[in-house]
Design a protein around this ligand. Structure first.
Ligand SMILES: [Zn+2]
Length: 531
């Protein structure tokens, strides 16, 4: 099938574009040899398609082919990404080179003055960010493609979908919607749409007992042994043997081949909206070994840290996860207490964290055998007294809240030059990593991610508390450590996220502890006296 006209007249235009002409981002033809599970999705001609997907499964190539197939029909297609900047980058890095490089597209592209609009065959695609509602108002679309739905402005998206509905009255053609995303929170965004759809899951047939089942990390691969502790169901697996852990049938325990016999099966067959759940458990991009034991990103490495755990569940398994309710609780603190340890009245070689407010909450710690051993936990009333605590505990590296007293904090930093670093939690952090400005001894860090990291230290027992932890600072230590909780909140544009929220209770000790954690992380990147 060589010509556009032939493909347009075919039953599955998106599939034929993909197979006959399209090339992926590394300029390779789309063979589907490793990904036969995509073919039924490319063949799905329903008007409302929902993809709830792990990352790097090939969904962007699908959305491109689908939107080009819309152009073959002569449609106007609105291709939406979360932000205007995302849309601009997508056009210049992914679409423009593709349309120039592939002759099939190149000879079909017409001229436009707007770089965000591509005229192909008789159709038009406009690439926009969901954050500007004007983009949805101006363009009369018959097809709406949305990528990374969960990160899009939810209110504008609802408006766009409503507006598309009116297209049918004008053109007589029922509109087509293709919505796709890596899921985030349960029953929000793509997860909510998938739950409303016919819910197609990839079911695998156990060749030992003929039971059909979806592949589930928790049912077929691991078994829970204790809180935050799992074993492989495949007891015979060993890391060095070079084989993947086996996926075992939930009914008979026989082995299931994740590239073996499988079909998409709808849980709600009567529902029109066509939804697919795509996980890495049946894609060729990764191995079960990597998912289980990768030192950075694997399941085991993620269990004590909500950020890492959420990444594993959403990005690898393609499932929604909230982490709501996660907190440092009294049990977690008790597990870190040493019954024989009392904090000293003075110390040596300490790092410190200070939370600045009406009073100053100060923690001093010494790193011993990779553990953060608490040497001082308390509060003082002035910068001068903070200095006295530093002297007493021989603090050589401290991280201090830059807010709310920015000028005073900078004065204190100048007094303790080479020792004190200032730390800011930016309201909209641009990167997940800690940004370190060594020249100014200034740190910017994502507050929620860093609170996850300090929680991980407690869950992994990398903090040592004294025997009298319950009465420290008149009981305020415990009360303030347990105050922040991970909670789902709604941000502007209706975008929902799970973040740490302190509620109505003070949380100064939790932050003083967090600044200590940040100081301990700085140790890797910093040598005293060099700043
Ligand atoms: Zn079986």
């Amino acid at each position: 099938m060589e010509t556009a006209a032939e493909i347009a007249a075919s039953k599955w235009p998106a599939l034929y574009i993909a197979i006959e002409h399209h090339r992926n981002t590394i300029d390779k033809p789309m063979t589907f040899v490793d990904a036969a599970w995509w073919i039924p999705i490319y063949q799905d001609n329903s008007n409302d398609i929902v993809l709830k997907s792990a990352v790097q499964t090939g969904k962007t190539e699908y959305l491109k082919c689908k939107s080009f197939a819309g152009c073959l029909e002569g449609w106007s297609v609105l291709y939406t990404l979360p932000g205007d900047h995302d849309a601009a980058t997508f056009v210049s890095n992914r679409i423009k080179p593709l349309l120039e490089r592939i002759p099939f597209y190149a000879k079909a592209v017409g001229h436009t003055d707007n770089v965000r609009i591509k005229k192909i065959w008789g159709g038009t695609i406009k690439y926009i960010g969901s954050n500007t509602i004007e983009g949805f108002k101006e363009f009369p679309a018959q097809m709406l493609v949305i990528d990374e739905l969960d990160y899009c402005d939810q209110e504008n998206i609802v408006f766009a979908v409503d507006r598309l509905g009116s297209a049918q009255q004008r053109t007589g053609v029922p509109p087509t919607t293709v919505r796709s995303s890596n899921p985030t929170l349960p029953n929000y965004g793509i997860d909510k749409l998938f739950n409303l759809s016919n819910k197609q899951k990839r079911l695998f047939k156990c060749l030992h007992c003929n039971t059909w089942q979806p592949l589930s990390w928790f049912d077929n691969i691991v078994i829970q042994e204790a809180e935050r502790s799992y074993l492989l169901r495949d007891r015979d697996w060993s890391e060095g043997a070079g084989l993947d852990p086996k996926i075992l049938c939930t009914k008979c325990g026989g082995e299931i081949d994740r590239f073996g016999y499988a079909e998409w099966v709808a849980e709600h067959p009567g529902v029109e909206m066509s939804g697919y759940e795509i996980s890495k458990l049946f894609t060729a991009q990764t191995t079960i070994t990597k998912l289980w034991s990768d030192p950075e990103l694997g399941f085991n490495a993620s269990l004590n840290n909500p950020t890492k755990y959420k990444r594993f569940i959403t990005s690898d398994l393609g499932m929604a996860y909230s982490g709501a309710g996660e907190r440092v609780d009294e049990q977690v603190l008790a597990a870190c207490a040493d019954a024989n340890y009392h904090m000293p009245h003075e110390g040596a070689n300490c790092i410190a964290g200070v939370d600045v407010g009406g009073v100053f909450h100060v923690h001093c710690e010494e790193i011993v055998d990779g553990k953060r051993v608490k040497r001082y936990i308390g509060h003082v009333n002035s910068w001068e007294e903070v200095g006295k605590v530093f002297e007493k505990y021989n603090v050589w590296l401290a991280v201090i809240d830059v807010r709310p007293e920015t000028h005073a904090a900078k004065r204190f930093q100048a007094e303790w030059s080479g020792i004190v670093w200032l730390c800011e939690y930016p309201p909209n952090p641009t990167t997940k990593d800690m940004q370190v400005n060594q020249a100014e001894a200034y740190i910017k860090i994502d507050k929620h991610q860093s609170l996850d990291a300090s929680l991980e230290d407690y869950l992994s027992k990398r903090v040592v508390l004294p025997v009298d932890w319950q009465s420290l600072d008149g009981g305020d230590f415990v009360a303030q450590m347990i105050a922040p909780v991970r909670t789902e909140v709604e941000r502007s544009g209706g975008i929902r996220v799970a973040i740490w929220v302190e509620g109505d209770n003070p949380d100064h000790h939790r932050h003083a502890d967090n600044y200590c954690k940040i100081a301990s992380d700085l140790l890797d990147a910093y040598t005293p006296g060099v700043c």
